[in-house]
Design a protein around this ligand. Structure first.
Ligand code: ZN
Length: 287
């Protein structure tokens, strides 16, 4: 993704890694005839037609508003024990890539996690002499209260317990967490947009500047084919029916509007707009 401007706000993508997904691993309702019929806008960034895989990216966004530097979603992280081999005890140059954008950990004012799944909270913390400490020592970390209450109640061994333990609780204990409702905002240009379903308190981050709009959509959609088929929930949704209702409404409400969509897992050019074609929609990447 090239750096994007939303009015006076600058948005850059910070990639942790990219992965080719077997489609039904991500989307249980997947139908290959649908991707075959939508090659004009899914190729080359979003589907590898030669291999029959969906292209996924794990990345953060850096949002610079002029007043604040905000990091949105923090990927998987390093040194973390995880059940998935591609997430387990990773050693990836995420902070080195942040430095290439001219930023060090001290420069981040806010960290916003759209939800508290392990691939959105990982770089919240780093390992320091055997302890998990905040990676961004000067940042306030914005967690939704509904997600925090849900994941903080998990027991050892339950799915999600690892990441709440090593990537969220140390932030709360360090006094750096803002556990918020959907009314949270940073001035006039950054606010939360409620999108529960994938997780109980999932939020999008709404950007507004100089009459332009952007929306960081987290895991409201995992892949652009869900703009065309919003009824397809992922295997990773906590409540697939609620997720489906929320996604359908979002796609309907944002079709043919001048709102740049920045999703958490769209690969390649990544940023784009929802465009209606007949009674279904497509996702057209921005130049
Ligand atoms: Zn995710």
């Amino acid at each position: 993704m090239k750096p994007q401007n939303v009015g006076a706000i600058r948005v850059e993508k910070l990639v942790e890694y990219e992965e080719a997904f077997d489609p039904v691993r991500a989307l249980p309702d997947y139908d290959p005839t649908v991707t075959a019929a939508n090659k004009s806008w899914l190729a080359p960034h979003f589907v590898d037609y030669a291999r029959g895989t969906l292209s996924f990216s794990f990345h953060s966004y850096i949002v610079r508003t002029g007043r604040h530097t905000i990091l949105i979603d923090t990927c998987v992280g390093n040194d973390k024990p995880r059940p998935l081999p591609q997430w387990h005890m990773q050693r990836r140059p995420y902070l080195e890539n942040l430095a290439k954008l001219g930023l060090g950990p001290d420069d981040i004012d806010y960290v916003m996690c759209t939800h508290l799944h392990g691939d959105h909270v990982g770089w919240n913390t780093r390992l320091d002499k055997g302890r998990w400490v905040p990676t961004f020592p000067k940042a306030r970390y914005v967690f939704s209260k509904a997600d925090y209450d849900h994941y903080n109640a998990l027991k050892p061994g339950e799915h999600g317990y690892d990441s709440i333990s090593d990537s969220v609780r140390p932030i709360v204990e360090a006094g750096q967490a803002a556990i918020v409702g959907y009314d949270f905002a940073l001035g006039d240009d950054v606010s939360l947009y409620p999108t529960p379903g994938h997780t109980p308190g999932h939020y999008c981050v709404h950007l507004t500047s100089e009459g332009r709009q952007g929306m960081m959509t987290g895991d409201l959609m995992h892949h652009p084919i869900q703009v065309h088929r919003p009824e397809w929930s992922s295997n990773f949704c906590r409540d697939p029916n609620h997720s489906r209702r929320t996604r359908r409404k979002f796609v309907h409400d944002h079709a043919d509007r001048d709102v740049v969509i920045f999703a958490a897992h769209f690969a390649g050019a990544t940023a784009g707009r929802i465009v209606s074609r007949g009674d279904r929609c497509q996702f057209h990447v921005t130049p």
